[in-house]
Design a protein around this ligand. Structure first.
Ligand code: DGL
Length: 273
């Protein structure tokens, strides 16, 4: 049996906030992280573009021997995951698996809300796809989902401007727009893997008592559970506690910024797709 590392993908740095929590819960496995920084952000791109970019990256992971790839990006999960699972995987290799971040989050959100009114903050692509309202409805039909696109948040994070005074304007703006839709929202989902870096700022501008959920821990718990339920996949994943990082853009820039998201120094390799 050919074994390999678990692939973790994001358009840029955001997925590192997920990988960080995954490696805490599952330190024994090997991981390859790929940030498609040269083509990020994905957030406002078309369905077709995001699908093609994501598919290309998933195929690269498979060439590296990954039996399992996590799309640690809501935009890619919203716009590309289903097509990859249904159209491409059966042709490429039906034994490989690609998982996203939307389902694990939707499955548990009902545990947090008492008002049954949930706010979802994401990129324009994630919001337009309606993936969260559709997926949450399957598990918790009693919940009403209010969505807000926050197109300026990823650029603020990627340009390291998220702690600046200028950032406050856009953080406040989108939160006001969300809570204007309903002041009964009691649970706020950061449905973009970049947003955990904005957590402290977001807390300043939301009503007291609102629970904020970010996805790292949720996705990590779900992966633990998945590997327990799927030993046929788990046994194909190598276990040397090694993580390798790739970026499609400058490795210097990546290493400098990645440590902010990952919480540890990162030494990346350059990938030309
Ligand atoms: N981190 C990605 C997500 O979770 C979005 C970043 C981007 O727009 O490329 O949606």
């Amino acid at each position: 049996m050919i074994k390999g590392p678990i692939g973790v993908f994001d358009s840029g740095y955001g997925g590192l906030t997920v990988l960080k929590d995954i490696t805490v819960q599952l330190p024994q496995y090997d991981y390859i992280y790929l940030g498609d920084n040269a083509r990020a952000p994905y957030g406002a791109r078309s369905f077709e573009t995001i699908y093609q970019y994501t598919l290309q990256c998933v195929e690269w992971f498979f060439k590296q021997g990954c039996p399992l790839v996590i799309l640690a990006c809501n935009t890619a999960s919203a716009k590309a995951l289903r097509s990859i699972q249904q159209i491409n995987l059966p042709k490429i290799n039906p034994d490989k698996r690609v998982l996203g971040v939307i389902r694990p989050t939707s499955e548990i959100i009902g545990q947090y809300t008492h008002s049954n009114k949930v706010g979802v903050l994401g990129t324009a692509g994630t919001v337009q796809s309606l993936s969260y309202p559709i997926e949450i409805e399957k598990f918790f039909p009693e919940i009403t989902v209010y969505q807000q696109a926050c197109p300026m948040w990823v650029p603020l994070v990627e340009n390291n401007e998220y702690n600046s005074d200028g950032a406050d304007y856009f953080i406040k703006k989108y939160l006001q727009q969300l809570f204007f839709q309903s002041n009964e929202i009691d649970t706020l989902l950061l449905a973009c893997t970049h947003y955990p870096l904005l957590m402290e700022k977001i807390k300043q501008f939301i009503p007291v008592g609102v629970t904020i959920l970010s996805q790292g821990e949720i996705v990590a718990n779900s992966l633990v559970n998945y590997l327990e339920r799927h030993p046929e996949i788990a046994t194909q994943c190598t276990k040397n506690s090694q993580s390798t990082f790739y970026t499609t853009d400058s490795t210097e820039d990546f290493d400098q910024k990645a440590s902010i998201f990952y919480g540890k120094p990162v030494n990346s390799l350059h990938l030309i797709l």
